[in-house]
Design a protein around this ligand. Structure first.
Ligand SMILES: [Ca+2]
Length: 229
């Protein structure tokens, strides 16, 4: 009894320290059991295996590209949750695409996480827009990660901390999402996609949260050559 009370207190303390949600989880709409690799998953890049409910991705050096496992899963607003552990890899990500290109990403390293808007204009240089970085995350131990895409917002939470931003691109239809792995050995489990019920208080909270999670400075413009006098 005492033990269960202590556990409950621990969970409550963890919940109390977590930052607020952009959206709340509704009905589950995709929840693979990771007992076998789905026949419609796109896993040609890298090596992807499943065992005991854990999906493991490993980069194949000869492919010169991070390992990619994509789930064809069209959606509009959704809350994606999963657990990850970077056992031997350099980094991993949860990435979301539209029918033609990348849209949104949560980058996971052994020590940090960062959400970003991906380059999506099919032209010019590849320019992504990173949002705030969250440091002091122990990515080598199992961590729970959450990503919500609702309207023009991208919201992510790992270790109770947020990385988030907004852009009109996020409101467009999503065609698929998946994991990427750089290096050897990143594990994923308990992946679940739920319908997202918007948090009506989010807009009011976002500004104060931004003061706590400031955006990085925009990339410096390319230097022009000094004019000759
Ligand atoms: Ca571009």
């Amino acid at each position: 009894m005492l033990k269960s009370v202590a556990l409950c207190t621990l969970f409550l303390a963890a919940a109390a320290s977590a930052e607020p949600e952009l959206a709340f989880a509704g009905k589950a709409i995709f929840e693979p059991d990771f007992k076998s690799v789905g026949t419609n998953w796109m896993t040609r890049v890298g090596t992807w295996t499943v065992k005991d409910g854990v999906l493991t991705g490993v980069e194949r050096p000869e492919q010169k590209h991070g390992a990619v496992c994509r789930f064809p899963f069209p959606f509009s607003n959704a809350l994606i949750t999963f657990e990850y552990r970077i056992t031997g890899g350099r980094m991993a990500s949860l990435s979301v695409n539209d029918a033609k290109d990348h849209m949104a990403r949560l980058t996971l390293t052994p020590t940090s996480v960062q959400a970003r808007k991906d380059d999506n204009d099919h032209a010019g240089p590849d320019v992504a827009v990173p949002f705030n970085i969250v440091s002091n995350i122990d990515g080598k131990a199992w961590q729970t990660a959450e990503m919500a895409l609702v309207g023009d917002w991208l919201w992510t939470r790992v270790g109770g901390k947020l990385s988030f931003g907004r852009d009109p691109l996020f409101a467009k239809a999503k065609a698929n999402f998946g994991f990427t792995v750089g290096g050897e050995g990143v594990e994923f489990r308990n992946l679940k996609v739920c319908e997202a019920t918007p948090n009506a208080e989010w807009e009011g909270l976002a500004e104060a949260l931004r003061a706590k999670y400031p955006l990085p400075p925009p990339p410096a413009p390319a230097k022009k050559k000094a004019k000759k006098e």
